[in-house]
Unconditional design. Structure first.
Length: 144
C-alpha cells in the first residue's frame, strides 16, 4: 500500500500539469507533439487511468470526475488532493495498472535538469545547504 501511495504522489504532478494545460479536454485531446514532456506524460497517464478496465456499472469514473473538477480551479490544493486520491484508488483496485504505470519512465521535471552558462557559473539542481564559492580567491571570510 505504501508503494501505491508513493506512486500516486509521484505521478499526480504530471496529471495536474496536463489538466492545467488542457483543462477537462485533456481526456479527449490528441497528444500534441509540441507539448511539454511533463504535460504529455501527464496526459498519457490520465488517458491510461481513465480507460482502464472497469466494472460495467453506471457510476462516473472517479478519475474523470477529479480531472473535471480540477480543470475548473487548477490551483486548488484540495482538488489536486482529490485527483491524487482518485489515482491512488485506481492503482489500488488494479494491480496490473499499478505495475504498468510504475514501470513507465518519467520525464525530467522542473528542477531535474540544470545548466550553468558562463565563466564560473554555478548550477544547483535542487537544494543547497552549503556555501558556494567562485572567483579567483574564494574564502570563508566576509568581505568588508
Amino acid at each position: 500500500m505504501d508503494e501505491i501511495v508513493a506512486l500516486a504522489q509521484q505521478i499526480t504532478p504530471y496529471a495536474t500539469a496536463a489538466v492545467t494545460a488542457y483543462g477537462a479536454g485533456v481526456l479527449t485531446r490528441a497528444e500534441n507533439s509540441a507539448a511539454d514532456a511533463t504535460v504529455a506524460f501527464g496526459q498519457r497517464l490520465l488517458r491510461r487511468l481513465v480507460h482502464r478496465r472497469r466494472s460495467p456499472d453506471t457510476a462516473p469514473d472517479p478519475v474523470t470526475v477529479a480531472v473535471t473538477d480540477l480543470a475548473a480551479a487548477p490551483a486548488d490544493e484540495d482538488l489536486q488532493a482529490a485527483l491524487r486520491l482518485a489515482i491512488r484508488r485506481a492503482l489500488t483496485a488494479d494491480p496490473e495498472l499499478y505495475q504498468e504505470i510504475s514501470a513507465l519512465p518519467r520525464p525530467s521535471g522542473p528542477g531535474d535538469a540544470v545548466q550553468a552558462i558562463g565563466e564560473r557559473s554555478v548550477a544547483i539542481g535542487r537544494d543547497n545547504t552549503g556555501t558556494i564559492r567562485t572567483g579567483d580567491s574564494p574564502s570563508n571570510q566576509p568581505h568588508v
